[in-house]
Design a protein around this ligand. Structure first.
Ligand SMILES: [Zn+2]
Length: 53
């Protein structure tokens, strides 16, 4: 089961995000929030491109 997803930000940057992130994940390029912790699987804010093995 994939634990990381590749998320695309509105700025066009893509980065891997841990599905079960315990803290807010921000875009490395523009600092926008890409994922918020939800006590389990994080809520992904950006556009999920694919799951990473
Ligand atoms: Zn961005």
């Amino acid at each position: 089961m994939a634990e990381f997803v590749l998320v695309k930000c509105n700025c066009g940057s893509e980065q891997p995000v841990f599905k079960y992130a315990k803290s807010i994940v921000r875009c490395m390029n523009c600092n926008a929030v890409l994922a918020e912790p939800r006590g389990g699987e994080a809520k992904i804010i950006g556009e999920i491109q694919k799951e990473l093995e």
